[in-house]
Design a protein around this ligand. Structure first.
Ligand code: ADP
Length: 485
C-alpha cells in the first residue's frame, strides 16, 4: 500500500498552510486506517489551535488578492483544478476506497460528482451579477453589489471525503472567498490530495488551507476568530448545533448540512421494480452511510408483503466486500463505533417487535463489515425510526392511507431528503408538497447533482449547496446609494 500511495503525485500527510506542507508544530501524528482491513495506511499531522490560527492568517492574507482576481481568472483556476482531478480520477477513487471503504466504482463516482461542483462553479463564477434598483428619488442611484463574505472555515465528514469538500470550496472560491478546511480525521488523505491538486493547478498560496488533528481545538480556534466570517459544516446534528452556538460569539454566517431521517414512501400502485431499484439506491448507497439515505421505508398495506419479499431478495443479493474486490457493492462501515450503533438500534427494534427478514448481524468478513439487512414490523416509536441508522439496515413500516404516510414521514425533527414511489401523479405530487423536507425524489432514489440545491429544513440544517443558490451562501449583498446627483 505504501508504495502505491507514494506513486501518486498527490499523496500528502502534512497540513497545508499558506501554500506549504507543514508538520504539526509539536510533531504529533495520528493514524489513518483502512476500514476494510484495519491496516494503518498513513500517519498524518495531528494539528491543533496554533496551526489553525496560522491557517486563518494565511487565508486572511490571501483573501486580499484572491478576491480581487477577475471572475474569469478565478474561473480558470477552478477549471484547471477540475481538469487535474479528472485526469487523476481513478487514483483519487483508490485513495477514497483505501481510507473510507466504499467500493471503487462508487469512489470514482464520488470523484466525478465532487469534480462536477468545481466545473459548475468555475462557470458560475462569471455570472455573479449585482442589481440596479429603480430609484426612489431623482437625485439618487441605487446599486446592489455582490461581494465575497471573506475567510470561510469548512468542516467536513468522512462519508464523502472528496465531494463534501468540493461542494463547499467550489462556490466559495468562485465567489472570491478563501478557505480553511478541517476534514474528518478518519479520511484526511483525500482532502490533502485535493489540496495538492489545487496547488498544482496554480491556485495561489493561502487560498486553500487544510488543518486536521484535534477537531474540537481546531473548531474552537475557527469559531473564536474574528477573521473567519463563515462556517460551513457537514456532519452530525450534535456537532452542528455546537458550531452554530459557537458562531454566535462573532456573529458568523453558518451553513449546516446535518443529519437526516429520510422516509421512503411506497404506495400500492408503485411500479414494484422501480420502487425496489430506487429504494436500494436510496438505502444502500455508501453502505447506508449518507445523510440522505432512506432511513424509514413506509410501505402501503396492499403491497407490503409483496414488496417485503421482493426487496428482501434483492438485498440478499447485494455483494459485500473489500472496496477493491470485484463486484462488491457494499463495503465496510467506517469504524467499530458505527457497527455498534447499528447493532444497538437493531436490538432495540427487535426487542420491541421488529422481525429480521434478511441479515441482522456482523458479516463473516469480520472487521466492520455488516450484513445487508431488512427488518419488518417497524414502527415510528422505535429508536431505529428516530435516529439515523447510518448503516445497511432497511426498516419497513406499514401504513394505510396517504394522510397516515405523510404524518409518519413528518414526525421527526429531521428534514433533509424524502422519497415517494407511486403511479398516481397527483398523489405523489400532493405528498411531495406536504413533506417537510428539503429534497424529494419521486420514483427516483438517487437525486444528488451539482445543478440542484442540496439542503434541509428543521434540524437538518441551514442553507443550500450546489446549484446557483449554493453561490449565495458565500456572498454578501452590499447596497450602495449614490446621492445628491
Ligand atoms: P460524523 O458522525 O459524520 O463523524 P461529526 O459531526 O462527528 O459527524 O463529524 C463531522 C466533522 O466535524 C468531522 O470533521 C469532525 O472531526 C468534526 N468535529 C467533531 N467534533 C467537533 C468539534 N467539537 N468542533 C469542530 N469540529 C468537530
Amino acid at each position: 500500500v505504501a508504495a502505491k500511495l507514494n506513486s501518486y503525485g498527490f499523496f500528502r500527510t502534512q497540513g497545508f498552510i499558506g501554500g506549504k506542507w507543514v508538520d504539526a508544530y509539536d510533531g504529533k501524528t495520528i493514524e489513518v486506517t483502512n476500514p476494510a482491513t484495519g491496516e494503518v495506511i498513513a500517519n498524518i499531522a495531528c494539528m491543533g489551535g496554533k496551526e489553525a490560527k496560522d491557517a486563518i492568517a494565511s487565508a486572511y492574507d490571501a483573501f486580499r488578492t484572491w478576491s480581487k482576481f477577475t471572475a474569469s481568472e478565478r474561473s480558470k483556476c477552478l477549471r484547471k483544478w477540475y481538469d487535474l482531478i479528472i485526469a487523476n480520477k481513478e487514483k483519487l477513487g483508490e485513495l477514497i476506497t483505501l481510507e473510507q471503504g466504499k467500493p471503487l466504482k462508487e469512489a470514482i463516482g464520488e470523484v466525478s460528482l465532487g469534480a462536477s461542483y468545481l466545473e459548475f462553479y468555475a462557470e458560475e463564477a462569471k455570472r455573479i451579477y449585482g442589481d440596479i434598483v429603480p430609484t426612489t428619488s431623482a437625485d439618487r442611484r441605487l446599486f446592489l453589489l455582490k461581494q465575497p463574505v471573506g475567510v470561510v472555515a469548512a468542516i467536513t465528514p468522512w462519508n464523502f471525503p472528496f465531494a463534501m469538500i468540493t461542494r463547499k470550496v467550489g462556490p466559495a472560491l468562485a465567489a472570491g472567498c478563501t478557505m480553511v478546511i478541517k476534514p474528518s480525521e478518519l479520511t484526511p488523505l483525500t482532502a490533502l490530495a485535493a489540496a495538492e491538486l489545487a496547488n498544482q493547478a496554480g491556485i495561489p498560496p493561502g487560498v486553500v488551507n487544510v488543518v486536521m488533528g484535534n477537531a474540537p481545538e481546531i473548531g474552537d480556534a475557527l469559531l473564536a476568530s474574528h477573521e473567519v466570517r463563515k462556517i460551513t459544516f457537514t456532519g452530525s446534528t450534535a456537532v452542528g448545533k455546537k458550531l452554530m452556538a459557537g458562531a454566535a460569539g462573532t456573529v458568523k454566517k453558518v451553513s449546516l448540512e446535518l443529519g437526516g431521517n429520510a422516509p421512503c414512501i411506497i404506495f400500492d400502485d408503485a411500479d414494484i421494480e422501480v420502487a425496489i431499484k430506487g429504494t436500494l439506491g436510496a438505502k444502500f448507497r455508501n453502505t447506508g452511510q449518507t445523510c440522505i439515505c432512506a432511513n424509514r421505508i413506509l410501505v402501503q398495506e396492499g403491497i407490503y408483503d409483496k414488496f417485503a419479499r421482493a426487496f428482501s431478495n434483492a438485498v440478499n443479493n447485494l455483494k459485500v466486500g473489500d472496496g477493491f474486490s470485484e463486484g462488491a457493492v457494499l463495503g465496510p462501515l467506517i469504524n467499530e463505533a458505527a457497527v455498534q450503533k447499528v447493532e444497538t438500534l437493531l436490538q432495540d427494534a427487535v426487542s420491541k417487535g421488529a422481525e429480521v427478514l434478511v441479515g441482522g448481524k456482523r458479516h463473516g468478513l469480520g472487521f466492520t463489515f455488516y450484513e445487508p439487512t431488512v427488518i419488518s414490523n417497524v414502527n415510528n416509536e422505535m429508536r431505529i425510526s428516530r435516529e439515523e441508522v447510518f448503516g445497511p439496515v432497511a426498516p419497513l413500516l406499514r401504513f394505510k392511507t396517504e394522510e397516515e404516510a405523510i404524518s409518519i414521514a413528518n414526525d421527526t425533527d429531521a428534514g433533509l431528503a424524502a422519497y415517494v414511489f407511486g403511479a398516481n401523479v397527483q398523489r405523489t405530487w400532493r405528498v411531495a408538497e406536504a413533506l417537510e423536507y428539503g429534497i424529494v425524489g419521486i420514483n427516483e432514489g438517487l437525486v444528488s447533482s451539482e445543478v440542484t440545491p442540496h439542503g434541509g429544513v428543521k434540524q437538518s440544517g441551514l442553507g443550500r449547496e450546489g446549484s446557483k443558490y449554493g453561490m449565495d451562501e458565500y456572498l454578501e449583498i452590499k447596497y450602495v446609494c449614490l446621492g445628491n446627483m
